[in-house]
Design a protein around this ligand. Structure first.
Ligand code: NAD
Ligand code: AKB
Length: 315
């Protein structure tokens, strides 16, 4: 039986990943954790309050539940990180070391998942079909911390045999929870405005192409990567992963097919510069070849699914 701890479980990804893990491993084998006290958390899952910077508490929870797999999702994302770079660096790196060290020292912790991001890439990176191995040079503190984190994951795998696995997610788009301070957040917010029948003010320019992925694909990819035999995980820094690439104008056109009166206005802010430093599209052939990754959703398929489900949820 596999016991799982999810750290940072109340965020945009964690909310949906916990549900996916419960389906795969059973409700009682997934322990969700985040900063909020239990008294403020509602949901059909086992929950523990955990600040991942608190090493003692982390170890005590891992021992209490005899945890085998840890999904460490807590991080400060790109736009939020630029407001307080030192804090973002301390949290993103310190928390990863706490988790990697624990896996090194506690035998029953035998698999770690830690997400990286397309933010590891920068303006010198080839923009189209960005390869797995290429120039990176990120410009945000978030990207720098993810790139360093990838290297540390590989180091802990090679030096100490820690079975750590990682994906460089594109911008994730879901409707079950709100995003936590990223540059790709507009692509979630836009659906809420469309359903509220309000004009959408977009913080990126209409032509800013970015790699994106619908949350069900991201959750499935994560669980699939964590289930494959260790020998099939050939990239121990982090895997490129790709699904859909689009501009704000393209997602607007996709929504207009279902909401013809929807309106948009472009008002780029500081996040435009971050978006411009990231790739337009990603080559994920290593993930496809090594562990059989294949996305399911295209842009219109995602739009239709979100509008249908979000309408029910907001009703
Ligand atoms: P989010 O900001 O929505 O959620 C992060 C969660 O971590 C929050 O619930 C927050 O309360 C929690 N947290 C923060 N500090 C903590 C601490 N000290 N201890 C415990 N919990 C803490 O982020 P997300 O979008 O869910 O992202 C999850 C992971 O996936 C991150 O590592 C992020 O870098 C990565 N990622 C996300 C995206 C995306 O588009 N959402 C893309 C690429 C990578
Ligand atoms: C962000 O915009 O910071 C995240 C990411 C792509 O890592 N969504």
């Amino acid at each position: 039986m596999t016991k799982i701890l999810v750290i940072g479980s109340l965020g945009q990804l964690g909310t949906e990943l916990v549900m996916g893990l419960q389906e795969e491993y059973g409700r009682d084998n997934v322990i969700a954790s985040d900063l909020k006290p239990s008294s403020e958390v509602d949901g059909d899952f086992i929950y523990e309050q955990l600040d991942v910077m608190d090493k003692e508490r982390l170890i005590s929870l891992v021992e209490k539940y005899r945890v085998n797999h840890i999904y460490h999702l807590a991080a400060i994302l790109s736009a939020k990180g630029e407001k307080d770079p030192q804090w973002a660096w301390d949290l993103n790196m310190g928390s990863l070391f706490n988790v990697l060290d624990l896996a090194k020292n506690i035998d029953h912790v035998n698999r770690i998942y830690w997400p990286s991001s397309i933010a590891v890439f920068g303006p010198d990176t080839p923009k189209v079909n960005t390869p797995q191995l290429t120039v990176t040079n990120p410009t945000t503190v978030y990207g720098i911390s993810k790139l360093a984190g990838e290297q540390w994951c590989q180091y802990y795998f090679e030096k100490y045999g820690v079975d750590v696995r990682s994906i460089r997610y594109p911008g994730l788009i879901g409707y079950k929870s709100l995003p936590g301070g990223g540059t790709t957040d507009y692509a979630v917010d836009i659906y809420y405005k469309a359903l509220a029948e309000e004009k959408f003010e977009c913080f990126l320019d209409k032509d800013s192409a970015l790699p994106m992925m619908y949350m069900p694909d991201a959750v499935r990819a994560t669980i699939e990567l964590m289930k494959v035999e260790p020998s099939r995980v050939k990239v121990r820094s982090s895997y490129n992963l790709s699904a859909i690439s689009f501009t704000p104008e393209k997602i607007f056109e996709s929504i207009k097919k279902f909401k013809p009166d929807f309106e948009i206005e472009y008002k780029p802010d500081f996040r435009q510069e971050i978006a411009e430093s990231w790739p337009d599209s990603i080559d994920d052939s290593c993930a496809r070849n090594d562990w059989g990754w294949k996305p399911e959703y295209d842009l219109d398929g995602m739009t239709e699914d979100i509008l249908k489900n979000l309408e029910i949820l907001l009703d």
